[in-house]
Design a protein around this ligand. Structure first.
Ligand SMILES: [Zn+2]
Ligand SMILES: [Zn+2]
Length: 351
């Protein structure tokens, strides 16, 4: 067993990720043990490694878009079989009793347990998918459809479901909605494809013209709007039913709120430190700013099925574990189209 961890050096700066030996894992009666095949890399991993949320405990084993193959099943687990391809996203536990848990939106449980840097029910720290194996309670494991390549499935487990959940929740099955996707990164590129699959007219809103061809030709968006071009922005005013705002950095909301129609919704899924807007623009158009956090296990399973059925493709760059620190740096510069996926099993971590 081996894990790739980030730890803190004496000077207080988090060190880059390195290989360390890890303790043996035990499979409880309700657990699924799997060998990790692939794991997506997202901005949260970087924020956590650097303790930007002031809650990191080192050593840290990041990774919450984990795909693996089942190697052991607890005696009570009936839903899975050995050798099956499975996935784990952002959480690995919740209380199971509150209204969120009993309504299948366990990601909103106030006692949710994060896949890594959390404390599990046994009091031990949770550790994510930058590791050769994981043991997770079966309720927090999804089945990866056979038609879907395992590396393709990885980014769906956090980025994908983060886009899917608010679109399901706030748009339902209404066809013909006009939606905007703000920011074409890990979450945004999936948002475009998901919104299209839901039958919406999709406009990608980006700060420059750079990604136009990709948005329109490869991801299937219907329109492309450059947010720094005032004339374009003016002509698109009050044209959208919703905007999925995936930008993780601080930005002024006003230009985007003006794109929304009456009753339009700004769906926030990026988590910048703060955001500013003019309340008058909400009041005059009865507009809503709302947030959404990842997605439920049910939604993750649904999205995987939709993705497989419609033959959609995640745009990923698969890299080996020894590239992880470079991948982090490149991700920070937005130098990835659109998601790094670590080939964990192919990286020969020491057993
Ligand atoms: Zn709960
Ligand atoms: Zn994530």
């Amino acid at each position: 067993m081996a894990q790739i961890r980030s730890k803190r050096d004496g000077g207080g700066d988090p060190m880059p990720i390195e290989l360390l030996a890890a303790p043996m894992l035990k499979t409880g009666p309700e657990d699924v043990a799997f060998k990790v095949l692939y794991c997506g890399v997202d901005h949260t991993d970087l924020h956590q490694m650097r303790n930007e949320m002031h809650m990191t405990t080192y050593p840290l084993v990041p990774g919450h878009e984990v795909v693996g193959v089942v190697i052991e099943l607890g005696s009570e687990v009936k839903k899975f079989r050995l050798g099956e391809i499975v996935g784990v996203g952002g959480i690995v536990g919740s209380c199971g009793e509150c209204s969120s848990c009993t309504s299948n939106i366990e990601q909103y449980c106030s006692n949710r347990i994060f896949t890594y840097n959390g404390i599990y029910k046994d009091g031990k720290p949770t550790q994510g998918g930058f590791a050769s194996a994981m043991v997770v309670h079966h309720k927090f494991v999804v089945k990866i459809p056979e038609k879907l390549a395992p590396e393709q499935a990885a980014p769906l487990l956090c980025a994908g479901v983060t886009a899917y959940s608010p679109l399901r929740q706030f748009c339902g099955s209404k066809k013909g909605l006009k939606g905007g996707i703000l920011g074409l990164g890990g979450v945004g590129h999936m948002g475009v494809q998901i919104a299209k699959a839901m039958g919406h007219h999709v406009t990608v809103i980006s700060s420059s013209d750079q990604k136009r061809e990709e948005a329109l030709e490869h991801l299937g968006a219907d329109a492309f709007l450059v947010s720094s071009d005032e004339a374009q922005m003016r002509s698109a005013q009050e044209s959208l039913d919703y905007i999925l705002d995936t930008i993780p950095a601080v930005h002024w909301l006003e230009p985007y709120l003006s794109l929304l129609k009456l009753d339009g919704k700004l769906l926030l899924v990026g988590a910048p430190k703060s955001l500013q807007f003019d309340p008058v623009s909400l009041i005059l158009g009865r507009k809503t700013i709302t947030g959404s956090y990842m997605g439920s296990m049910k939604e993750a399973q649904e999205l995987l099925e939709v993705w497989a059925e419609k033959g959609l493709t995640s745009m990923i760059e698969v890299v080996k574990m020894d590239y992880v620190n470079t991948a982090m740096e490149r991700m920070e510069r937005n130098d990835v189209r659109y998601r790094f996926v670590l080939d964990v099993a192919g990286s020969n971590l020491h057993e």
